[in-house]
Design a protein around this ligand. Structure first.
Ligand code: CAA
Length: 289
């Protein structure tokens, strides 16, 4: 007899984007309208969030962002999840904040909205997050990808900060994270022209870590997530915190923090296990303690 979860897996693979994911597991509890959430990988230890508003090219409307924040927070708390993959579909990772929703906004309505708070959850989750990008990653979509720790992208993806063409400026990191990622001249060219760049240019600039054929991006991102999830979750979190601190601190302060955090890892059972496993020539079994 075919179980419900098997039927669901077959359905998800048939409908397209997830067809190349070998290990699709049950959907995670949660009543989501604009995203799909599941745990994937052979050990179901990678949290997958797929933006699912295809008709609007995954434009980041408020309810979608609320759901992303909810799912990110849930994966952040779920001890069985060691890494998170955030993706869209083959046509769009996300084409930006929802222009139709924003059109009539005022200063007061921005000040009282939670949109940025919800979007910021992508950057704030303490577990490693991989963006698996295909198609358009524009405006808030590019900014959302940059909030992730590593970007894997499809060969046909396009990145850009087109806000200037709408008479506004990037509002979720496009003038800050992009500069830090690709340098001032390239970032300012993107911000001031609104021009899109190709996946190949994005990789050359260092915005994207690796490029893959369109149909392989998600699979490769999940494989990367599985590799990262096999580490000590504590070491992953500490490494992420230290890498992110490099954006905020002087070199001297950053090196000091790194040294202290390095010392702190010696207070964990995972350090003892990792080093014992090396000495005993076996695979480490981290327990996140
Ligand atoms: N907001 C709302 N709807 C959007 C959208 C967006 N950002 N991007 C695309 N859509 C909608 C379109 O309106 C269209 O819907 P309808 O069929 O109902 O008209 C549907 O998605 C498909 O889009 P297109 O017909 O335009 O598709 P295309 O393939 O011809 O063009 C595109 C694709 C070049 C990405 C084009 O849609 C586009 O330029 N989108 C807007 C990109 C943009 O300016 N993003 C920045 C938004 S501002 C922002 O993000 C602020 C911030 O920093 C937080």
């Amino acid at each position: 007899m075919t179980s419900c979860s098997t039927v669901r897996k077959m359905f998800l693979m048939k409908v397209g984007y997830l067809r190349n994911v070998r290990y699709l597991t049950d959907s995670v509890a949660g009543n989501y309208q604009y995203i799909k959430v599941s745990k994937v990988g052979s050990r179901s230890n990678v949290g997958l969030i797929q933006l699912n508003r295809p008709k609007a090219l995954n434009a980041l409307c408020n309810p979608l962002l609320k759901e992303v924040a909810q799912a990110m927070t849930a994966f952040g708390k779920d001890s069985s999840v060691g890494a998170i993959v955030l993706t869209g579909n083959e046509k769009a990772f996300a084409a930006g904040a929802d222009i139709k929703e924003m059109e009539d906004k005022t200063y007061a309505s921005w000040m009282t909205s939670n949109m940025h708070q919800d979007l910021d959850c992508v950057a704030k989750v303490r577990k490693p997050v991989i963006a698996a990008v295909n198609g358009f990653a524009l405006g808030g979509g590019c900014e959302m990808a940059m909030m992730c720790d590593i970007i894997y992208a499809g060969e046909k993806s396009r990145f850009g900060q087109p806000e200037i063409l709408l008479g506004i400026i990037p509002g979720a990191g496009g003038t800050q994270r992009l500069i830090r990622s690709v340098g001032k001249s390239k970032a300012m060219e993107m911000v001031l022209t609104g021009n899109q760049i190709t996946a190949q240019e994005a990789e050359k600039m260092g915005l994207v870590s690796k490029l893959f054929p369109v149909e392989k991006v998600l699979e490769e991102s999940i494989k990367l997530g599985e590799k990262i999830a096999s580490n000590s979750q504590i070491a992953n979190m500490v490494a992420k915190e230290c890498c992110n601190a490099a954006y905020e601190t002087t070199l001297k302060e950053g090196l000091h923090l790194e040294k202290r955090m390095f010392h702190a890892t010696f207070a964990t059972k995972d350090q003892k296990e990792g080093m014992a496993a090396f000495v005993e020539k076996r695979k480490a079994n981290f327990t996140n303690e």
